[in-house]
Design a protein around this ligand. Structure first.
Ligand SMILES: NC(=O)c1ccc[n+]([C@@H]2O[C@H](COP(=O)([O-])OP(=O)(O)OC[C@H]3O[C@@H](n4cnc5c(N)ncnc54)[C@H](OP(=O)(O)O)[C@@H]3O)[C@@H](O)[C@H]2O)c1
Length: 267
């Protein structure tokens, strides 16, 4: 049963030039939302905005780096200039690196935290006064299964997504009285360009990408969850199963992952 209508809703989506963000833009557009899309690659972003307009939606693109405080301010200002507010903020932009923590460096860790965590928190801080004025406000934070269960060769990414999830839960309680909902999306492996954009690759994941689900499925489930006022979703059932098993038998999962890693060529 739909609780929130997304028709005419003013939506800002980060990381909209490809993958899940692109599909989210299209899913909102198909529901008649007004979307403001952002990411660094201007050409790809404009193409996504054009696709959204083909769905009959109002779509704008503003290219820039979400880790830049001036750009974040400009993005919020653009939303005000266009629509005098924001109803839904989707913090989706994300990056990762693969490899052992011991072989990585501080700059990789900080870069991942800047995009996946600080850009989301600080963009939200700027958008909050506008969200509080909306009668159907929501913040959507794109976490991951790895925000529930740390996996080897993903320590920096796990840190960023755990942080995002913890912050989201605190925020949800703080904003409840203002009527601003917080939806956490925790996908498992998804078919996107994500693994082509790793900022460092010092090892191959032992489990590969064979169980990936389409980005459009993640986007559709996210938009539906928003319509229904859900708090958190796990679009990939394998990921959900891992989180459930880990809750019951964390030691078993620790041992299985260590064994899996040792048996792979990541010794
Ligand atoms: N794919 C998966 O298996 C998976 C699983 C769980 C969760 N997720 C999460 O889903 C989200 C979307 O990822 P995806 O899978 O759709 O990968 P993707 O296709 O690589 O999308 C990542 C998006 O983030 C944008 N981005 C990266 N750094 C940015 C920056 N500094 N400033 C502005 N935009 C930036 C990229 O655009 P530009 O390069 O144009 O800036 C791109 O639009 C991420 O938060 C990711 O952690 C993905």
């Amino acid at each position: 049963m739909a609780r929130r209508s997304l028709s005419n809703c003013r939506v800002v989506i980060t990381g909209a030039s490809s993958g899940i963000g692109r599909e989210l833009g299209l899913a909102f557009a198909r529901r008649g939302s007004r979307v403001l899309l952002t990411a660094r690659r201007e050409q790809e972003l404009s193409a996504v905005a054009a696709e959204c307009r083909q769905c009959g939606a109002t779509a704008e693109a503003l290219a820039g780096d979400v880790t830049d405080p001036l750009f974040r301010a400009a993005l919020v200002e653009r939303a005000v200039a266009l629509w005098e507010g924001i109803d839904v903020l989707v913090n989706n932009a994300g990056i990762s690196a693969h490899g052992r923590f011991a072989e990585s460096d501080e700059s990789t860790l900080r870069q991942i935290l800047e995009v996946n965590f600080f850009a989301a928190t600080e963009l939200t801080r700027l958008a909050l006064p506008l969200l509080r004025q909306s009668r159907q406000a929501a913040i959507v934070n794109m976490s991951s299964i790895i925000g529930h269960r740390g996996l080897p060769l993903n320590s920096e990414y796990a840190a960023s997504k755990f942080a995002l999830r913890g912050w989201s839960e605190s925020l949800r309680a703080e904003l409840a009285a203002d009527g601003v909902e917080v939806l956490i999306v925790s996908p498992g492996t998804t078919e996107t360009e994500f693994f082509d954009h790793l900022i460092a690759k010092r090892g191959e994941l032992p489990w590969g990408e064979s169980t990936a689900i389409p980005a459009a499925a993640v986007a559709e489930q996210t938009v539906r969850a928003l319509e229904r006022g859900r708090r958190e979703i796990f679009p990939n059932w394998r990921g959900r199963a891992l989180v459930a098993v880990n809750r019951l038998f964390p030691g078993l999962v620790d041992r299985a992952l260590a064994k899996f890693l040792a048996a792979s060529n990541n010794r």
